[in-house]
Design a protein around this ligand. Sequence first.
Ligand code: ZN
Length: 435
Amino acid sequence: MDQYIKEKVALLTPVTIARRRDFHQHPEPGWTEFRTASIALSKVKELGYTITMGKDAVAPSAMMGVPSPDQLKKEQSRAIAQGGVEALIRQMEGGLTGFWADMDFGLPGPKLAIRVDMDSNDGHESQDEKHRPVREGFVSVNEGAMHTCGHDAHTAIGMAVAEIVAGMKDRLKGSIRLIFQPAEEGLRGAAPMVAAGVVKDVDAILGLHIGFQADKAGKIVCGSKGFLASTKWDVRFKGESAHAGAAPQEGKNALLAACAATLNLHAISRHGDGVTRINVGKLVGGAGRNVVPPDALLVMETRGVTSDLNDYMVKEAGRIVKAAAEMWDCEYSITVMGGTKSGQSSPEMIDRAIAAAKKVPFYTQIEGLKEFGAGEDFAHMMSEVQRQGGIGTYVQLGVNRTASHHNSAFDFDEEGLSPALAFVAHMVGDYLKID
Ligand SMILES: [Zn+2]
């Protein structure tokens, strides 16, 4: 391992663990990462990075699944009360918590981007005494929010990488962009950052996640394929209420429209080119026993192993929703609540990740391309970089875990953090080194 990286990582490991625990204790779900983002932003700014934030970093028109203005205001006040940086939080009005940090090394060379995510999950963290965050005093203090995917670690890793790389700048060419993404859960945060230009001119992009398929210490998965593209919709049907006994003929039954849609959505023909999915996960509607139901809400998602296959599902779903509404003489509206693209790591970037992993003694089980089989918002950024002719990969960094991701008792062994820092530092050092 490079001597500078080795020493710097050793120095930054305790502070990375402390930051991770601090973020863990103050989890913030998608678009409310005011405290987390403001703390990370002020740190990287202090290190000499140029910051892009607010509307310049997150296109408001492309934001999906945003909490209500009232909710956002409440979360802003909470974040300030919990020690977030007030002046920065004020600039994140409306949930604009995403930002990126650039450093140019002054010599011509490629632009390497690294994405970390910041949001927590919804839910109640385990209060069991056996759960280490309880035992050691960093369990969630934010009701209804918990860090059970490891994004607390990712933000802390991003901050430490910023510091390691800043210290290497005399040895590097080109430039680096550190992307701090909000709202990864629900696949809502990448698209508005891409729309704001986060990967414009990026030549290579690295996304990282602790755990998942790298489910124990020593393991690292250097590439992924088969990210499922996905689209999330809230569909509202609007009919007309009427007395169900005296004048049912005057009503327009929105619940029946939603039911017809549900059955037929699940009957969309499978596609010969590959895996697709559809799920209506929630259906609510109506007003009361003797009233023709005037409204219904249908909460659904589609998936496809390629973006084309997901597009096929979305197109068919749209046709069925429209036809079901027409059949029952109702109106309808569709709100896109989230979604991401499919993707596959670039072979060249996987090779680079494998080479960097080999320099970190902790990683004894190094794997190449693996089937991911779920959605990850990073695919949106990576596929855009590849479309522009660049390369990218998504790397899973091994840690021992106490439970699976999104389980309320999720925690991981922090011994995996320092190798993660060393790995990312080597990726940067190797890709941007002066020849
Ligand atoms: Zn995650």
